[in-house]
Design a protein around this ligand. Structure first.
Ligand code: GLN
Length: 197
């Protein structure tokens, strides 16, 4: 059985742990560098990316996490977790893992509509997923090796055009929304499918 580490320094980690354990995975909450030893996959939850980045740096975990991901360990980042994974964070020099070839804009939906839910078509899922956005980031650019899995129509949120809200780049999966806050485990299941059999 796969051992999935869920970064548990801050934010919505319990819900992710519950989702993957419902799917039959073993879960370990990660609070120290040594907890990284032996995990097969990693989830970076939503929360506050600046705080998580700072804690990862102080606990000497940022570089080991980066190395494990660079070596191919599957990782899933939701919301703040997505921000931590991105190479470029608009107007911010906050600490990051930075391995996802994408640019991200934090709190991109503005104050008026900072939280909302929508049914989202996600590539690879049979039917739309209920997606919960909370002070969510948007991906504003992706590299050629990044597969776009979902987009949101911004017209419904006071903007224009479509924006990217779910991506995959090899062993890296990232969403601007929070699938862990609904009972639907299809996205976590797709993540576990990224583990070698
Ligand atoms: N706005 C948060 C950040 O910039 C992310 C919000 C979330 O994870 N729900 O880190």
């Amino acid at each position: 059985m796969a051992l999935v580490g869920v970064l548990a320094l801050q934010g919505a980690f319990r819900e992710h742990a519950a989702a993957v354990s419902r799917l039959g995975a073993d879960v370990r909450e990660l609070r120290q560098r040594k907890h990284l030893d032996g995990i097969d996959a990693l989830i970076l939850p939503g929360g506050e990316s600046t705080v998580m980045g700072k804690l990862l740096t102080e606990l000497d975990m940022l570089e080991p996490v980066r190395q494990r991901i660079a070596a191919g360990m599957p990782v899933y980042g939701s919301c703040a977790g997505l921000i931590l994974l991105c190479e470029t964070i608009e107007e911010s020099d906050q600490p990051r893992i930075g391995l996802l070839h994408a640019s991200v804009r934090r709190n991109a939906f503005g104050r008026q509509v900072d939280s909302f839910e929508t049914d989202l078509a996600v590539k690879g899922l049979d039917a739309p997923l209920r997606a919960v956005f909370i002070r969510a980031p948007l991906i504003t650019a992706v590299g050629p090796d990044v597969d776009v899995l979902a987009r949101v129509d911004m017209a419904a949120h006071g903007g224009e055009g479509e924006r990217i809200v779910a991506v995959r780049q090899g062993n890296i999966l990232a969403t601007s929304f929070h699938p862990e806050l609904t009972p639907d485990t299809r996205l976590h299941s797709a993540f576990l499918d990224m583990l070698p059999a």
